[in-house]
Design a binder for this molecule. Sequence first.
Ligand SMILES: Cc1cc2nc3c(=O)[nH]c(=O)nc-3n(C[C@H](O)[C@H](O)[C@H](O)COP(=O)(O)OP(=O)(O)OC[C@H]3O[C@@H](n4cnc5c(N)ncnc54)[C@H](O)[C@@H]3O)c2cc1C
Length: 479
Amino acid sequence: MNSDYDVIVAGAGVAGALAAISAAKGGAKVVLFDRNDAQEAGKKTNWGWVCGDAVAKAHVEFIAKHTGIKLSTPELDQAVDGVYVMSPDMKNKFLFEGTGYTLDRPKYARKMVKEAVKQGVDYRPRHEVEGPVVNGEEIVGVFGKDEKSQHFEIKGKIVIDGLGMASTLRRRLPPNDFVEKDVKTEDIESTGRYIAKFDLVKENLDYYDPKNALIHLNQLMAPGGYGWVFPKTGGRVNIGIGIEKKSLDKRNEKLNKKDTLHKLIDEYVEWNPVLKNMNVDETDHNGKGYWSVAVRRQFDSLVYKNYMGAGDTMAMPNPISAGGIGPAMVAGILAGEVAAEAIAAKNTSMDFLWKYNLRFNEEYGNKTAGLEVFRVYLQSLNNAQIDYGMSHFLTKEETVAMSYGLVPEITLASTFNKVLSGISNVSAFKNLLFAHSKMKKLLHLYKSYPKDVNGFRAWRESVNNEMQDVKQRFPVNPV
Ligand SMILES: Cc1cc2nc3c(=O)[nH]c(=O)nc-3n(C[C@H](O)[C@H](O)[C@H](O)COP(=O)(O)OP(=O)(O)OC[C@H]3O[C@@H](n4cnc5c(N)ncnc54)[C@H](O)[C@@H]3O)c2cc1C
């Protein structure tokens, strides 16, 4: 079959733009579709580039290493030294070290699209991608509406899906055993945030820290998720919350309330005692918005027949932090590189593309199933248990390690001998040990991710079985 392009990339967001750049750098003939006009490249929804904007320096360096593109101001907005996570009672504060930035997402996206065009990518703004063109079981192109709302259909040897959470490509793949259609509601965080100017009425680094990102755990204020205060330049802040629907419903039922995400965000902003007189920053119409984030492990396979997915479409955000910019950057680059290699080798078979699964897992994905376990465990705790756990269960170092998907062993076991007070804390601690053992098993399973398509189904069944055990043991219990 004749192809118009070697590689079709759908979506000029974080993942898509980098996939297009990397595939073109590798010598492929690439087209990049995005529904927005060029000035608004990468805009997620009518609400804007809805995001907390925080990204680790390591991921910015990954881009430089693989593509040669060096990010700086203005797209890298405020630098931060690390992230502090606060317990619900505000008595415990854990530091997750590691320099990072808050991105200026609109400026970042415009820069990346320019870089793509520089690499020879045929960038097509104002194109709505409606679905894949399928031949038998193979994905051979995409169709949709062009800038004049006329139907278009374009053929390509490989299609890279970077359409984000609600991808019309992923959801319209032929039925298959590799790439899932949907993310379960229980694995989704509903989120919203403001970018706003403010008056700092007093100094208290637990509520606003110009040099660090702050995360507030609180099952009443943000059931099943957390609230955040991330500093930005120009006396601005990115402030928001994420919640999980079942946790919110349960909390509302127990407290006899009817709170919504929107109401809880406003209450969280109001609750902050040091940031006052918030004034939404409407630059780029990006001051206020709501959207969803998947907080599970990435899909078990990121490839199907001539199809590759990167970023939110493959549920890549970190299950604990919901940070999806970093994995979208890594995945976009790796997908583009593998696609270019496949074109050069004249082999776009699933067996060839499989190396993208392996490379992504090695670079980032190995730890995410373990992190999903830790997230499900955390969602089963109420505020009192989180407070108690953060001061008694684990050392700060152990908690930080667990949240990075590492599974610290010896010291955790020794903590078992600690005297714990209160029956509910004892059971929460036993549950932590259970979660810890499942994290270990999953880490092990991911280290033995099938080297090729064969063996995938059996492997996935083992992963699903482990995860089912975890979800059965830990129903959400915010209050
Ligand atoms: C409130 C909130 C806070 C967050 N905070 C953080 C954070 O602080 N740090 C972090 O790392 N991550 C955070 N995330 C997650 C992060 O924003 C995403 O993981 C990241 O944007 C994923 O990039 P992506 O390229 O996969 O998808 P997207 O950014 O969603 O890009 C998809 C692109 O495809 C386009 N598109 C979609 N459908 C079509 C179509 N049918 N046709 C044509 N074009 C289409 C979109 O318009 C967009 O341009 C947050 C998310 C939310 C919602």
